[in-house]
Design a protein around this ligand. Structure first.
Ligand code: NAI
Ligand code: MG
Length: 302
């Protein structure tokens, strides 16, 4: 059986935005801050901080009535943390998430130990569920919050060494944790997931899990197993979930997906033979799977 992986040239349209030559210097600056705790602490003093409360981001209303993630300056955060009687070292628990085009380091901090209403009043904003926030934010701002939430969640749920059970120590940027007794270094974890739009040349295949909202269908998806290539995971998932054999594969684009934990979604197209389209749906995984015509997809998207 022929199985090919083609990377289309159009994948370049998904490259991160790099408005001017500052991209390289900003990238290297962030990398330096991950390596150098003192430099990172200094950058935090002059940086921007995005607040979360139990992993829900703080959004502020704009003059035009939309919402934006609140990028607070560190002295303001420090002063209201003191006013609200927080632990003085709380600010140091910020994690580095990037660098703005104005060369300001960007951090996230979870202030879940403080009273939510008091922080909202001090910052004239509201903490919102991340899933809902993503419908309200522009494409450029949403990834900052998903990255920040994922990193904060990783620190909250990965505090101990799995070999010794000891509390691990994070670096200032929050890009790693180290066990003090055996030196094992832990890095933030993501699970690779393949998500694939299967076509027979005329129709495309969508499925739904029983947990999806009513009427929602999506491309097939599944976690990559240990030792598998992207192509192997894709062929296995399609075989497991709908009982079809894939003929060809093309990579489309990728995306970090924070729900329910950090997945690294690898989006692909795949084809099956138009003479072998009979589905055998595994109902333990999918409530339903169906072929949809282009017209049906167009009218659903409207
Ligand atoms: N169409 C879809 O199903 C979409 C899925 N996603 C994301 O893709 C992820 C994977 O899709 P599923 O169809 O649920 O995967 P799946 O088809 O691999 O089934 C999930 C099962 O795989 C097992 N599993 C294997 N490795 C795992 C890991 N690293 N983490 C958690 N479970 C693992 C568990 O038993 C779990 O119940 C979802 O969690 C979701 O976040 C996002 C958009 C659409
Ligand atoms: Mg699945």
């Amino acid at each position: 059986m022929l199985r090919t992986l083609r990377i289309p040239f159009s994948a370049t349209k998904h490259l991160p935005s790099r408005c001017c030559s500052g991209f390289v210097s900003r990238t290297r600056y962030v990398n330096q801050l991950k390596e150098d705790d003192e430099a990172c602490l200094a950058a935090l003093q002059n940086g921007h901080v995005f607040l979360f409360h139990h992993l829900r981001p703080l959004l502020q209303p704009t003059k035009t009535g939309t919402l934006r993630p609140a990028a607070l300056v560190t002295p303001d955060v420090q002063s209201f943390l003191e006013r609200l009687g927080s632990n003085p070292s709380l600010l140091k628990e910020s994690v580095l998430i990037g660098c703005s085009e104005q060369n300001q380091a960007q951090f996230c901090l979870d202030v879940g130990e403080l009273d939510q209403a008091a922080v909202e009043e001090a910052c004239t904003g509201n903490f919102m569920d991340l899933g809902k926030s993503l419908f309200l934010l522009t494409g450029e701002e949403a990834p900052l919050l998903t990255k920040g939430q994922a990193l904060l969640r990783w620190h909250q749920t990965s505090r101990f060494c799995s070999a010794t059970g000891q509390l691990t120590q994070r670096n200032q940027a929050g890009s790693q944790r180290v066990c003090p007794s055996n030196g094992i270094v832990y890095y933030p974890k993501m699970s690779p997931v393949v998500i694939v739009l299967v076509s027979d040349g005329k129709q495309c295949l969508l499925g739904r899990q029983s947990s999806f909202p009513r009427g929602m269908y999506s491309a097939l998806a599944g976690f990559c197993d240990m030792g598998e290539s992207l192509e192997e995971a894709l062929c296995r998932e399609v075989a497991e979930e709908v009982g079809l054999e894939v003929l060809s594969i093309s990579y489309s684009s990728s995306q970090h997906w924070p729900f329910p934990h950090s997945s690294f979604m690898l989006g692909c197209h795949a084809t099956v033979s138009p003479t072998h389209t009979q589905l055998q749906v595994d109902h333990a995984e999918l409530e339903d799977a169906r072929w949809f015509s282009v017209e049906e997809i167009r009218s659903a998207l409207k």
